[in-house]
Design a binder for this molecule. Structure first.
Ligand code: FEO
Length: 402
């Protein structure tokens, strides 16, 4: 992708990674690809905001050169150091020998650890925090540190002149496209990706994000564009993404449930279906999710606002099955709050899986509201009736909030 004009004096110079399908190791399947956004502001001084993934350095530099000779860049702002944004930092330091470099103190420390003192960047580094700014001519760029949203070094940059909030990972979506604005792509797909992104990148930091969103609201910033480092720039749907982000950050849940399971010989699967049927019979939406056939990142997005999450596994080698085991560790890391749960599963002779699941349910802070259900080999009619009734009872607890 080449450079795009965002508004007078502001350019998008980032890159599109159309083919990447795994992000954050294997935790996040990016089926629509990813963009690594970067912006240039041309004023009396020229500023580059954020860099990109190392693999896109050549293309990135070509995009920059469409707007400005890199040696003429006066300032580089590093909002976040994760390698998808800082990979090309060493090359940019080299190509912009006259640039002062702005970021949080944590960013400086992290860049030193990742790249060493490349290009002696430390001598040009200025550590900044909320309340500090830099004047570049008609514009003054303000810094807003947002630690743990989602790394310790994270910050936003705001241009009051342009009414643009450069939010880095905040309000992002993994959505490869040749377009740059939210109203240029399908709205439902965009919001789906925003939800998947929130669930997989920001969920564990919801409480911090809620506080930061409230603080930013108090700052009364005039915002016409939110320019994140991933995906589309918010132009038309700013109110919607701010409202959704606040909703997710508040750990809001709906009266819906997921029955997440892994099965060996379908017995646990048959139980799962009956439990889901029981939940649905009370009018509560119930999704049946086989962890061997669904991506973790999609499951996270579904359960982001689900009040009920039921877990099932067959017992294998005295333990739960390996894929649900992996999912449970992922689930615990999301730090879900205010959810209800119970466990179920089939077994042959030992039956530890239900206790294994219940242990992680407890560790995750999720409330176990029903006793586990265990079935030897294959469920009988009576045992399936018990699964259905458990589903009904679970749905009532979701609906009644007890
Ligand atoms: Fe897009 Fe936290 O990196």
């Amino acid at each position: 992708m080449s450079a795009h004009l965002v508004k007078e004096g502001v350019y998008s110079v980032g890159c599109v990674d159309w083919s990447v399908r795994n992000f954050h190791g294997s935790t996040y399947v990016t089926r629509r690809g990813v963009t690594y956004n970067s912006y240039i502001i041309k004023d009396e001084k020229t500023v580059l905001i954020d860099t990109v993934h190392a693999g896109f350095t050549k293309e990135f530099v070509e995009n920059i050169k469409e707007v400005v000779d890199p040696s003429k860049i006066d300032a580089v702002i590093i909002n976040h150091i994760e390698p998808d944004h800082s990979g090309s930092f060493p090359e940019i330091v080299k190509l912009c020998p006259n640039a002062k470099i702005y970021g949080t103190e944590k960013a400086r420390q992290g860049l030193l650890k990742y790249y060493g003192a490349c290009g002696d960047f430390v001598s040009r580094w200025i550590s900044v925090k909320t309340g500090q700014s830099v004047n570049i001519g008609r514009r003054t760029l303000e810094f807003i540190d947002v630690p743990m949203i989602h790394w310790p070094d994270s910050m936003f940059t705001y241009s009051a002149f342009d009414k643009i909030l450069f939010s880095n990972d905040g309000f992002g979506q993994h959505y490869a496209t040749s377009k740059i604005f939210d109203d240029e792509v399908d709205y439902c797909s965009l919001m789906d990706e925003a939800k998947i992104y929130y669930a997989n990148i920001l969920w564990p930091f919801g409480q911090l994000l809620a506080g930061k969103l409230a603080a930013i609201k108090k700052m009364n910033l005039a915002i016409e564009l939110i320019a994140p480092s991933h995906g589309l720039i918010w132009r038309k749907h700013i109110a919607e993404i701010l409202e959704k982000s606040a909703y997710w950050a508040a750990n809001s849940v709906q009266n819906k449930a997921a029955v997440i399971y892994e099965t060996m010989w379908h017995s646990t699967e048959i139980m799962a279906k009956k439990i889901a049927d029981g939940i649905a019979s009370e009018g509560v939406e119930a999704a049946l999710i086989d962890v061997s056939k669904n991506e973790r990142s999609d499951i996270a997005a579904y359960i982001l606002d689900a009040k009920g999450i039921v877990f099932g596994s067959s017992t294998h080698d005295n333990f739960m099955l390996p894929l649900i085991d992996g999912f449970m560790h992922f689930y615990k890391g999301l730090k879900p709050k205010g959810r209800k749960s119970f466990a179920f599963g089939s077994y042959g002779w030992s039956g530890e899986a239900v206790e294994n699941l219940e242990a992680v349910i407890a560790e995750s802070g999720t409330e176990k509201v029903l006793d586990g259900i265990k079935v030897v080999y294959a469920p009988s009619k009576e045992e399936l009736d018990k699964c259905f009734e458990a589903g009904k009872e679970f749905a009532k607890k979701i609906l009644n909030g007890n």
